[in-house]
Design a protein. Structure first.
Length: 93
């Protein structure tokens, strides 16, 4: 259970860190999109670990649904950031 908690903690924290990296690289749209894609992958990994936690009985169904809904929302926001990347990025000078 400790290892699973650690994996969830790492992947979920990775999302925020990768968004911060994407923001600093927004001068180049391809770099920005790459980092947001990586953040989306970390969000999906977090959801996968949560699925595992539910399957193992570590969390209750109600708690799982609430957390999963939040991660679904985060994933949707990241996908919209990718789709609208040009509105976040600066053109190189």
């Amino acid at each position: 259970m400790f290892a699973l908690t650690d994996q969830i903690r790492r992947s979920s924290r990775g999302v925020g860190a990768l968004i911060a990296e994407a923001w600093t690289r927004r001068r180049y749209e391809a770099d920005f999109v790459n980092k947001i894609n990586q953040a989306l992958a970390e969000a999906n990994e977090t959801q996968s670990w949560l699925d595992f936690a539910l399957d193992c009985g570590y969390i209750e169904e109600d708690e799982y649904r609430e957390i999963d809904e939040s991660w679904q929302h985060i994933g949707a926001m990241l996908r919209r950031m990718i789709q609208r990347s040009n509105s976040f990025c600066h053109s190189p000078a």
